[in-house]
Design a protein around this ligand. Structure first.
Ligand SMILES: NC(=O)c1ccc[n+]([C@@H]2O[C@H](COP(=O)([O-])OP(=O)(O)OC[C@H]3O[C@@H](n4cnc5c(N)ncnc54)[C@H](O)[C@@H]3O)[C@@H](O)[C@H]2O)c1
Length: 432
């Protein structure tokens, strides 16, 4: 790995990935054996690769290595050599003998993910880059017969969501596991309170309030030798093509719980408002710092979703569920009926980040495949719908959103200039 790798140009673009995906289905029959071989030999070492070696990726590799003894981290890829190096140093210390990454299995640049996925060095891949790259990475991982753990969200536009929907369908046909980083679905307390609600503890759900009200996040500055592309990818939170904006990048955790409460039936339409008041300088890209969205379901139920990233304000992260008989607070794991707490989960609370990987590797060993593809795509699209109603000021239906042709990808993936989009103005910005 040389420092030059980090500035290598590639000319691949997402439209090419989409064209290539048409061929994936045809390969299914001939590659089934390769995927099944992984869980045929239950005690073999499983080789794990990491793509996107930042905070979450490094953490996910540690979580994965805790899942069982017979695992090795064998390959790593990050677009930037310095980020990969930093993560390698941490992982070498934290996972000890399970660290088996070499110079030859360390990849950088836009196409590093392809090189990592091409070889036999990896059975399972952890996809932890900024969300924009997820559709191409999931598609390639499935094409190369890898089991997948993929962080949330899985795309930043509907074109990307549809690409992931196709890839998870192929994964199902190939018996490949796809575990989503929508981690609350792997939390014992959240599972317990959801089970109570689904067995009727609060009656029928009438409304849900989703709060994700927090402060501001990191900014990684600007160096004179960085191109605009490098600057944006390093500061990906503030560029919608990369992060989806914070309603997609962060509030998805809440929206996913609303989707789960509604049995993964999507809302029919949404209306909302949002904007930026604190993060107005150039360094914050073109994202908003607050969103408020009302999602409506066919049966009349509504979710009121609020998210804010502003400092100096009151913070609150909780899911409030109002039913015909009672109410629930999901993160508190509690149910109230008639003003009394009738249920509170107080059982074991292993880290949900560890549980994701324990269940993934157990499924690979047993052959009982997990595929979280359906809800991870729906929850991502629900978050994108929320962003679009706020950016445009329009009421937008689920079907319009699902069929949107708005492709946020840059024309080409290479170091150099890339557009800095204007801040969306409701009533002026058009829905595409
Ligand atoms: N489930 C959770 O609780 C949770 C928590 C934090 C982050 N996340 C998600 O994890 C993902 C990563 O977030 P993070 O906090 O680790 O960000 P980060 O910026 O710390 O890490 C992202 C890494 O990906 C690398 N990268 C960027 N583009 C790449 C590409 N095309 N190919 C390879 N590597 C590339 C970056 O250089 C960086 O090292 C995001 O989708 C985020 O939403 C989930």
């Amino acid at each position: 790995m040389s420092s030059q790798d980090t500035t290598r140009n590639t000319n691949s673009n997402r439209r090419d990935f989409l064209k290539a995906s048409a061929a994936v289905g045809g390969a299914v029959a001939t590659t089934l054996t390769a995927a099944n071989a992984v869980h045929a030999q239950g005690s073999d070492i499983l080789k794990v690769g990491l793509i996107g070696c930042g905070g979450r990726g490094t953490g996910a590799a540690v979580n994965a290595m805790r899942a069982e003894d017979n695992l090795r981290l064998t390959a790593m890829a990050d677009i930037f050599g310095d980020r990969l190096e930093h993560s390698r140093n941490i992982l070498q210390r934290q996972i000890g003998d399970k660290f088996a990454v070499t110079e030859e299995t360390s990849y950088t640049g836009f196409d590093g993910y392809k090189e990592l996925l091409a070889g036999d060095d990896v059975d399972v891949v952890l996809l932890c880059t900024p969300p924009h790259f997820r559709p191409a990475h999931i598609e390639e991982a499935v094409k190369q017969n890898k089991h997948v753990f993929c962080e949330k969200p899985v795309a930043t536009d509907a074109v990307g969501v549809r690409q992931v929907m196709d890839a998870v369908r192929v994964a199902k046909e190939k018996d490949l596991n796809v575990v989503s980083g929508l981690c609350w679905r792997y939390d014992y307390g959240v599972r317990a309170v959801m089970e109570q609600i689904k067995s009727g503890a609060i009656g029928d759900i009438q409304s849900i309030q989703e709060n994700y009200l927090t402060g501001t996040l990191w900014h990684r500055g600007r160096k004179p030798d960085w191109s605009e592309m490098e600057y944006q990818i390093r500061n990906w939170l503030y560029f919608t093509w990369l992060s989806g904006d914070h309603i997609v990048e962060q509030h998805i955790h809440s929206l996913d719980k609303a989707m789960w409460l509604m049995d993964d039936v999507p809302p029919v339409r949404a209306t909302g408002l949002g904007g930026r008041q604190q993060r107005v300088d150039e360094q914050w890209g073109h994202g908003y710092d607050h969103f408020a969205v009302c999602y409506e379901w066919e049966n009349g139920a509504k979710t009121f979703a609020y998210t804010r990233q502003q400092s100096g304000c009151s913070n609150n992260v909780e899911d409030y569920v109002m039913g015909t008989k009672g109410s629930a607070k999901i993160l508190r794991h509690s149910i109230e009926v008639g003003g009394e707490e009738t249920f509170r989960y107080r059982g074991p609370k292993p880290s949900m980040y560890d549980v994701e990987h324990k269940e993934l590797f157990a499924a690979i060993r047993s052959g009982e495949t997990i595929n979280n593809g359906d809800y991870m795509c729906k929850s991502t699209l629900m978050a994108i719908l929320g962003r679009e109603v706020c950016y445009t000021g329009q009421t937008i239906t689920w079907d319009q959103m699902l069929n949107s042709e708005n492709d946020l990808s840059p024309p080409v993936y290479q170091w150099g200039d890339v557009e800095v989009p204007k801040v969306a103005i409701p009533g002026k910005t058009k829905f595409v």
